[in-house]
Design a protein around this ligand. Structure first.
Ligand code: PFF
Length: 447
């Protein structure tokens, strides 16, 4: 058998940062953030969310990137090192499976965004009257074939990027898409701010309702959202970190990605809530906010169809760059373990992701009524993946870097000085992150 080719690397530091922002910014920032913030009181949620991002998100992101950086390998080998008898490689396998499962239903929702983009482009939903969008969405997701077609297109486009490789696929796509998506979200927000009555939406997002702080569920929602939105715990950051060159500074990169991701969510909120309030709709509508409530808004908005096309391009392509980061995790493992080519690995893993996602896609129609805790199939898997598996992944990362790595080694890999910042990072990883994560998990178990 021929020698394996040298491991791929990013072409530039900027490409790495853009790809990592692409991993973080996705459905979580637009679709999930807006409805979770809507359900949890807006301003108070935002405040707790930002605290969670700083206390937990930033140190864990730096830790996850550092694990990949140091090992220069995929999730399994990064945790396992040379010693395969220890149980740490299991942490890597957990992440490879987590990213695979997460992507299976993530591609279904991304498919909805692709569908709405295409529908608005040809003008289909514009003929609907107010109040008809809920039925339109329900009919679409209940169809036995159409959601599968869009889910397939998402998986196919994701596989195509992965086949392109680290530089010419992942990095090239993110270099183009990330600045474009940044521009679209800013334009959408500027437009929303110009609407009459926009002030109520802005007040909802930025004026904390202190009474919401008395509800433990708000803290749990904020912690879960921070993991999901930053993309922590599924090995995607680890894998992207493993493609960095030796001189790449990880700490400023992590800070930039965290800031970029949070700004993305906040600006998307500024694009969404003023419009929702200006038309007297309910911000606490739940997961259908982007697919039912917003179309109601687009329907009555001046130039609404244009707004809709821009919004669903943003949602669809933002989801694509995150889906790419998720698929790269199991692909990197399988390419090394089985010595398959990138193309073969991407095609076979993509086929598996598609097959696993079929029940999620059909759970609103032919497979309705199946699920746990009274939730449908997609919501059941989402609940387990984002509220349990990602936090467990985060816990393993915190323990691995905080307790298993020698202090100086961890600092050197992360590019931190042995000063206050380094000390704080260590403290957050050793004590604060594990305690908070256990708090989320116990809270969920008893909720
Ligand atoms: N951060 C992505 C989003 O906000 O949509 C989702 C995600 C990507 C989660 C990568 C986990 C991950 F590893």
């Amino acid at each position: 058998m021929s020698e394996p080719a040298a491991r791929e690397q990013w072409k530039s530091g900027a490409g790495f940062v853009l790809a990592t922002i692409g991993c973080a910014a996705g459905l979580g920032n637009i679709w999930r953030f807006s409805y979770v913030a809507g359900e949890n009181g807006g301003g108070a949620f935002l405040l707790i969310y930002v605290v969670c991002v700083l206390l937990l998100g930033l140190p864990l992101m730096l830790a996850e990137l550092s694990i990949g950086r140091r090992a220069q390998s995929d999730v399994v080998e990064s945790f396992g090192g040379a010693d395969k008898r220890r149980c740490w490689p299991l942490a890597g396998w957990l992440m490879a499976i987590a990213s695979f499962v997460l992507l299976s239903y993530y591609a279904v929702i991304a498919g909805w965004a692709y569908k709405y983009f295409a529908a608005y482009l040809i003008g289909a939903p514009s003929g609907l009257a107010s109040g008809e969008f809920s039925a339109y969405f329900a009919a679409f997701v209940a169809d036995p074939v159409e959601p599968l077609v869009w889910q397939f297109l998402v998986v196919a486009s994701t596989v195509a990027v992965i086949i392109g490789g680290v530089k010419r696929g992942i990095e090239a796509v993110n270099r183009v898409l990330m600045p474009l998506l940044g521009a679209i979200v800013v334009l959408l927000a500027a437009y929303a701010l110009s609407l009459e009555g926009a002030g109520a939406g802005i007040a909802f997002l930025f004026r904390p309702d202190w009474s919401a702080l008395a509800h433990p569920s708000v803290y749990l929602a904020a912690l879960g959202q921070a993991f999901f939105s930053l993309g922590i715990g599924a090995g995607a950051l680890l894998t992207y970190g493993s493609y960095t060159a030796a001189g790449q500074k990880l700490a400023p990169a992590a800070l930039g990605v965290v800031a970029g991701d949070t700004m993305f969510a906040v600006i998307a909120g500024i694009a969404i809530f003023p419009a929702v309030f200006a038309f007297g709709l309910d911000p606490a509508q739940g997961p259908t906010l982007a697919f039912v409530t917003l179309p109601e808004v687009f329907n009555v908005l001046p130039a609404g169809r244009f707004f809709a096309v821009a919004f669903f391009v943003l949602l669809g392509l933002g989801a694509l760059t995150s889906a790419v980061s998720l698929l790269e995790v199991p692909c990197a493992v399988l390419m090394r373990e089985l010595r398959w080519t990138r193309q073969k690995t991407a095609l076979l893993t993509g086929a598996g992701v598609f097959a696993l996602g079929v029940p999620s896609a059909l759970g609103f129609g032919v497979l309705q009524g199946i699920g746990i805790l009274g939730l449908g199939i997609l919501e059941s898997i989402d609940r387990i993946a984002s509220s349990v598996i990602l936090p467990v992944g985060g816990l393993l990362i915190a323990v691995f870097v905080g307790w298993k790595w020698p202090y100086t080694d961890a600092l050197r890999t992360a590019g931190l000085e042995a000063g206050v910042v380094g000390y704080l990072w260590r403290l957050l990883l050793r004590y604060v992150a594990p305690c908070l994560i256990v708090f989320i998990l116990v809270g969920l178990a008893t909720a």
